[in-house]
Write a protein that binds this ligand. Structure first.
Ligand code: PEP
Ligand code: MG
Length: 543
């Protein structure tokens, strides 16, 4: 490539680098055979089962390696892959196709794709990004069936910037240590796994650059600026010195941020702001504490429900919630009760097809209608509360009546547990303020709860009538809009009058340009992905 060209995408992981290009283009995994001869189905189904058995220890080994290196978040991804690989529905789907004389290597790819499409259609960006996990697992099993054991980037033998259409977690995890200077991908969003992993590995990443990746494949060298969301193919001297300048700034900034990890954040005039972590699994707890989390401001419990076929039992939930509160000791952990519904398929609960799933039967609406779903979770939370500082909050609330109904169900569970002689703890109850209605009724609701946590991701989409996943509406996907800030201000005012506190757990909580505004409005707690914590503490100290 002789002309410098700029690839613009999503700023997925901060950091800069300049390095040789490594194109990861494994191509489509082609099944060796599409069909199998009649009479061989049973043997081929066994072949599939043996291949799953061969893939699982490799996944455990990778998870173990990650855990030893202290990367619990990545380890959790591979634990989930093991569950996917052993999923009985996947096995049954493959067996059915093989009985119809489809080859197992083709069948597993096809069933994996069906699952992936189901995930990709989900409204929640995190769940949609799980589509890549399913494809990744299906590819590994298919490759194993065909006797191809390597699909990854282990061939990378000099520090390089990795360019790819998309990167699966197993790809990123197999990169030999220190060999990836950055990731640039055509696909992906801020919540896809390449972004999550890049952030926790501290590797710069720009995702979602689209078709421009093809041109960049021809480059020799790429410069990447993950914080600003661009990469430059065959950069000229000026572009390289820009990157070097930014690198020097970042080095200074990171060294300076170290000191904030273990501090309590106070504004310059002495107001105390708690900075906490958003978690999706118990495995993330240790890493969050290392980043300086003062608690958990949002534990998204739905991941525990959605990464499996059946509803988790009360005991299973209790074990997870207990692990998390124990890891945090006296620090508060806020569990958000189940927030699924609409187009999110929850195994074990029949869900209607809806015209407008964003405006549908989701969150607390569904939980109140299905006590057999909600009550085991409430019971598990009450029991886990005996082991730490546990709080809970309800999602998608629109008025005080809903809060009263949810609390009535909680009281019912408490009564049942007491009469059973179970050990339970006291629990503060709050709500997510993520609908304009909740913000507008905040004064009324405040009398029912101990805190509010503003979910700006949904509050923005409902206030501005702008689908949070729609690429064309990026300019309407920020909490920095007077309508949204007015609602947050109104929420804080109502809370103050009622003597309760307000936190923010949507993306806006980690946005350095918004933190001062949120604090001025009266927000007392900010909760975010763990690596953003030190910087947020610093920004608070400068308010
Ligand atoms: C939110 O809506 O801001 C939020 C934190 O919840 P979620 O992103 O899980 O909808
Ligand atoms: Mg939400």
């Amino acid at each position: 490539m002789d002309v410098t060209s700029k690839l613009v995408g999503v700023a997925a992981s901060e950091g800069v680098a300049v390095g040789p290009v490594f194109v990861h283009s494994p191509g489509e995994l082609k099944p060796e055979r599409e069909t199998i001869p009649e009479g061989t189905a049973d043997v081929e189904i066994e072949h599939f089962q043996r291949s799953v058995e061969a893939v699982v220890p490799k996944l455990s080994e990778t998870a173990e390696k990650m855990r030893e290196a202290g990367n619990d978040n990545e380890a959790a991804i591979f634990d989930a892959h093991i569950e996917l690989a052993q999923d009985p529905e996947l096995a049954e789907g493959v067996a059915e196709r093989v009985r119809n004389l489809e080859s197992p290597e083709a069948a597993v790819l096809a069933v994996g794709e069906e699952y992936a499409e189901m995930f990709a259609g989900m409204e929640d960006a995190y769940m949609a990004a799980r589509a890549d996990d399913v494809r990744d697992v299906a590819r590994q099993i298919s490759a194993e069936i065909m006797g191809e054991s390597s699909l990854g980037l282990e061939a990378l033998d000099r520090p390089s910037v990795v360019l790819a259409h998309g990167l699966a977690p197993s790809d990123t995890a197999r990169v030999p240590k220190g060999m990836a200077l950055g990731f640039v991908t055509a696909e992906g969003s801020k919540t896809s796994h390449v972004s999550i992993m890049a952030r926790s590995m501290g590797i710069p990443a720009v995702v979602g650059v689209g078709a421009s990746i093809e041109e960049a494949f021809k480059a020799d060298v790429v410069a990447i600026n993950g914080g600003e969301g661009y990469a430059i193919a065959d950069p000229d001297e000026e572009a390289i010195s820009d990157i070097e300048r930014r690198q020097a700034e970042l080095d200074t900034e990171r060294a300076e941020l170290e000191q904030y990890k273990d501090t309590e954040a106070h504004t310059s005039d002495g107001r105390r702001i708690e900075v906490s972590a958003n978690l999706g699994s118990a495995a993330e707890a240790a890493g969050a504490l290392e980043w300086g989390a003062e608690g958990v401001g949002l534990f998204r419990t739905e991941f525990l429900f959605m990464e499996r076929d059946e509803l988790p039992s009360e005991d299973e939930q209790y074990a997870v919630y207990r692990d998390v509160v124990e890891a945090f000791g006296e620090k508060p952990v806020i569990f958000r009760t189940l927030d699924v519904g609409g187009d999110k398929d929850l195994p074990g609960v029949e869900q209607p097809v809806e015209e407008n799933p964003f405006l549908g039967w989701r969150g607390i609406r569904m939980c109140l209608d299905v006590p057999e779903l909600f009550k085991p979770q409430l019971r598990a939370l009450l029991r886990a509360a005996a082991h730490g500082n546990l709080k809970m909050m309800f999602p998608m609330i629109v008025d005080a009546d809903e809060v009263r109904s949810a609390k009535a169900m909680l009281d019912e569970c408490r009564g049942e547990l007491e009469s059973e002689g179970a050990e339970i703890g006291s629990v503060e109850v709050g709500i997510m303020v993520e609908t304009p209605a909740a913000a507008l009724c905040a004064a009324d609701i405040a009398g029912e709860v101990a805190f509010f946590s503003v979910g700006t991701n949904d509050l923005v989409q409902y206030t501005l009538a702008a689908d949070r996943g729609n690429e064309r509406l990026r300019h309407l996907q920020s909490a920095d809009h007077p309508a949204v800030l007015n609602l947050i201000g109104q929420t804080c005012k109502a809370a103050e009058e009622a003597g309760i506190w307000v936190g923010v757990c949507g993306e806006a909580a980690a946005d350095p340009s918004l933190i001062p505004r949120l604090v001025e409005l009266g927000v007392k707690e900010l909760s975010m992905s763990a690596p953003s914590i030190p910087k947020a503490k610093k920004v608070v100290s400068e308010v």
